[in-house]
Design a protein around this ligand. Structure first.
Ligand code: KG4
Ligand code: ZN
Length: 334
């Protein structure tokens, strides 16, 4: 029985997981409404909200699960990466509970959490490949076994979610823009020619800043000429470019590394275009199982932290009372 705590960005979350797979509760208090008027997450505001919410959210998760603190085998908490002031709230709450009730503490990497969200819906089969696409990360991670993470490709500039949010801001859509672009894209057609950054041959790295600039330039050039561009078509064209690169690189890596499974992870995994494109692309590789979590497990939550925490707990990983928050924590060495 593991309690998970997640406060790395703008969601205060707590969850209780049984046997690594069964979600007994999964409480998420979103701060989006507070950050919206600033067009992005304000770190100081995020920390303050976490302080206000953390006790309530943890109590709610335990109450919903019907599990008293005395029945917990461990407390898993996100130690990084993320906003330092935000992470510290979760880390300190976890340490206080662990210390007061003598419960083992398990530090978890946020991206490992996103990947392990998949274990809540499927048995993991190694070796596997995870496509991690969130607001802060775009990575292809190869896993030979539980708890082993090798980054074979990553973004050289913007993360996929970041590109979505910036393009959305240019289109005057509210924060976070990903879901709005996704919705618009479904109403339009990808008729506008936009670049695809394949990078050098064989590379599994990504780059989205050139695409983002191309979208912004297309919009501004049209405005200067007094022309109007259908926002739906621009969104559809942008999404087509992001999705094609993500899908093709994932497919190529799955073949090269001969994996048994491909997992989709992170907030952008909620994207309808990406989900559909991956499902279609992987039809040609029936020996590879594609796992796509439900939307609720794609964006930040604590069930995923507890799921990763369970595996680490079984491997004997423990945090000490000097556990800190690590904003730039590396997944390969954590
Ligand atoms: O994983 P996440 O909840 O937080 C981070 O760890 O970053 O990801 C948030 C990101 C935001 O950039 C948001 O715009 C994006 O995920 N996102 C989407 C969709 N839903 C959320 N991007 C594209 N399409 C979506 N449907
Ligand atoms: Zn995340």
């Amino acid at each position: 029985m593991i309690l998970g705590i997640e406060t790395s960005c703008d969601e205060t979350a707590a969850a209780v997981i049984k046997n690594g797979k069964e979600i007994l509760s999964n409480v998420v208090a979103s701060q989006i409404e507070s950050h919206k008027r600033f067009g992005g997450v304000v770190p100081e505001l995020a920390s303050r909200h976490h302080v206000e919410q953390i006790t309530i959210v943890i109590e709610e998760a335990l109450r919903e699960a019907g599990v008293p603190l005395t029945e917990l085998d461990g407390i898993a908490v996100t130690e990084g990466p993320g906003l330092v002031g935000a992470l510290l709230v979760g880390v300190n709450a976890a340490k206080a509970l662990a210390f007061a009730h003598n419960i083992p503490l398990i530090p978890v990497h946020h991206i490992a959490g996103h990947i392990y969200a998949n274990r809540l819906i499927a048995e993991l089969k190694f070796p596997l490949l995870a496509l991690v696409v969130s607001g802060g990360h775009t990575e292809l991670v190869y896993m030979e076994k539980h708890g082993s993470f090798q980054v074979i490709g990553e973004t050289l500039d913007d993360a996929a979610g970041e590109a979505y949010d910036k393009v959305a801001r240019t289109l005057k859509l509210p924060y976070p823009g990903g879901p709005h672009i996704d919705r618009l894209a479904q109403e339009g057609n990808p008729v506008i020619d936009l670049p695809r950054a394949w990078l050098e041959e064989g590379s599994y790295d990504f780059s989205f800043s050139g695409l983002k600039s191309a979208v912004i330039n297309t919009l501004h050039n049209a405005e200067q000429r007094g022309e109007t561009i259908a926002r739906e078509d621009l969104a559809a064209s942008f999404q087509a470019s992001v999705v094609e690169v993500l899908t093709q690189k994932t497919l190529r890596a799955a073949k090269e590394f001969q994996v048994h499974q491909v997992l989709l992870a992170g907030g952008v995994a909620a994207n309808h275009g990406l989900r559909t494109a991956l499902q279609e692309a992987f039809c040609i590789l029936p020996e590879v199982e594609l796992v796509i979590p439900p939307l609720k497990l794609c964006t930040d939550n604590a069930a995923m932290i507890a799921a990763a925490g369970t595996v680490l707990f079984e491997q004997g990983k423990r945090g000490k009372m000097d556990l800190n928050a690590y904003p730039g924590l590396d997944i390969e060495s954590f």
